[in-house]
Design a binder for this molecule. Structure first.
Ligand SMILES: C[C@H](O)[C@@H](O)[C@@H](O)[C@H](O)C(=O)O
Ligand SMILES: [Mg+2]
Length: 448
């Protein structure tokens, strides 16, 4: 039973200095400090349970998201959790359609990241109160309740509430077996951790060796960052391909670096390394550009993947309508939490496009594993051409870190959305007054 009235919402600015090691670097984001606006929701219920929610940022600007979370807080405070989840579509719309705040969105940018952080905390709390991991809460929910969490505004031309209900009804068939399969084998993953753009060739070689030869995880799917310099890309891709062999899977990620013709030309040169996909070849807003790139790369056997910076369900709808992507990458912290992700999973199912979630960032692996495990069990019912991203960093700061076995995500069993960080870690990494930042900022000051 859902219980309690929201009595407090707090938000913290937590940053990890990953840029010091070049971790997470790509052709556009050369020095990311993996960070999060970290929301905590408390209620007056006697159980003392709290909901934790994050949205992912790259360091600077986290303070702006924190500000937006505070601007949204009045929508949550003093509400009964029962009323929130009892009319989740209405609540989602209340947050995203605030008559004044929507002007600085709508459903995009900082205000949408803040919405995601707040709603992720609500879902964490709901799942905790039900005593289930989030994926299981979704799997056990009846289709009518699931669709009642989704705002179908702007997408009814491709997915109506009835379409969604039908897909979920069909997904009931064979659900038990698929749940059993997940519990036994997990959801297939790929690793991005060996080939960040800021890594030297030596580091890259060492990382690939660790992943391929020495790891007991048996990685066989890898992603490499490209896009800054074509000669450099060719050297790095050759190096990786030689090390992983022809039988393993390689993906490439340009992080929006190119214009449309440039993307086609560049990828024609990298085609010899047999990438499965090129991710974010151009601006995430350029739907027709993605379509043109997709069309040009089909003969080379390369798909287009995108989604980690897609603002909302409307952009995904159009990417699907325009045949602009072959792999759809949901993000647990950019879209409006589970609610909006549900609509995108269902649209992907309708268009039969495989979902391969984005998870490079602090906490993203922890969260998105729940969504994709649910997707397999209740929506897509397929593992063909599907895999979820994994990066090695920062799991030690989470109370319920992901578990990877045999290159697969093992379903989390603790109640909630795996969003809770260790208090000790949060204290140390809080910006700018946590121990880690005090030291770093003092060193930087001394260097000036
Ligand atoms: C700045 C970040 O690390 C990105 O490079 C990362 O999310 C990346 O696009 C990915 O696909 O993992
Ligand atoms: Mg990417």
């Amino acid at each position: 039973m859902v219980r309690g009235r929201v009595s407090r919402l707090s938000v913290r600015d937590v940053r990890f200095p990953t840029s010091l090691g070049g971790h997470g670097s790509d052709a556009m984001h050369t020095d990311p400090d993996y960070s999060a606006a970290y929301v905590i929701i408390e209620t007056d219920a006697e159980d003392g349970l709290k909901g934790y929610g994050i949205t992912f940022t790259l360091g600077k600007g986290t303070e702006v998201v924190v500000c937006a979370v505070n601007a949204l807080a009045h929508h949550v405070l003093n509400k009964d959790l029962k009323d929130i989840v009892g009319d989740f579509r209405g609540f989602y719309r209340q947050l995203t359609s605030d008559g004044q705040l929507r002007w600085i969105g709508p459903e995009k940018g900082v205000v949408h990241l803040a919405t995601a952080a707040v709603l992720n905390a609500v879902w964490d709390l709901w799942a905790k109160q039900e005593g289930k991991p989030l994926w299981k809460l979704l799997v056990d929910m009846d289709p009518r309740t699931l669709v009642s969490c989704i705002d179908f505004r702007y997408i009814t031309d491709v997915l109506t509430e009835e379409d969604a209900y039908e897909i979920l009804q069909k997904g009931q068939v064979g659900k038990k077996e698929r749940e059993g399969h997940m519990l036994a084998h997990g959801y297939p993953a790929y690793t991005t951790s060996c080939a960040w753009l800021g890594y030297s060739d030596d580091t890259l070689k060492q990382m690939v060796l660790l992943k391929v030869a020495l790891s007991d995880i048996n990685w066989h799917r890898f992603k490499v960052k490209v896009g800054a310099d074509v000669q450099d890309d060719m050297r790095r891709c050759r190096l990786i391909r030689d090390m992983i062999g022809p039988e393993n899977t390689l993906m490439m990620d340009a992080n929006q670096r190119w214009d449309v013709p440039e993307a086609v030309e560049w990828m024609s040169k990298l085609a010899e390394f047999k990438p499965l996909w090129i991710e974010e070849p151009t601006s995430p807003d350029d739907i027709l550009g993605h379509a043109a790139i997709s069309k040009a790369l089909v003969p080379l056997g390369i798909g287009v993947a995108t989604g980690e910076q897609c603002h909302n369900r409307v952009i995904f709808k159009q990417l699907l309508q325009a045949n602009a992507l072959q792999f759809l990458q949901i993000d647990s912290c950019r879209l409006g939490s589970v609610n909006e992700n549900l609509s995108v999973l269902l649209m992907a199912k309708k268009f039969e496009i495989p979902v391969c979630p984005h998870a490079g960032g602090v906490g993203l692996c922890e969260l998105v594993q729940h969504l994709i495990i649910f997707d397999y069990i209740s929506v897509s019912a397929s593992l063909e051409n599907r895999m979820c991203e994994y990066v090695d960093h920062l799991h030690e700061h989470f109370k319920y870190p992901v578990k990877i076995r045999q290159a697969s995500y093992m379903p989390p069993m603790d109640a909630g959305y795996s969003t809770e960080m260790k208090e000790e870690s949060v204290k140390k990494h809080q910006y700018p007054d946590g121990e880690v930042w005090k030291k770093l900022l003092a060193t930087q000051e001394n260097q000036v």
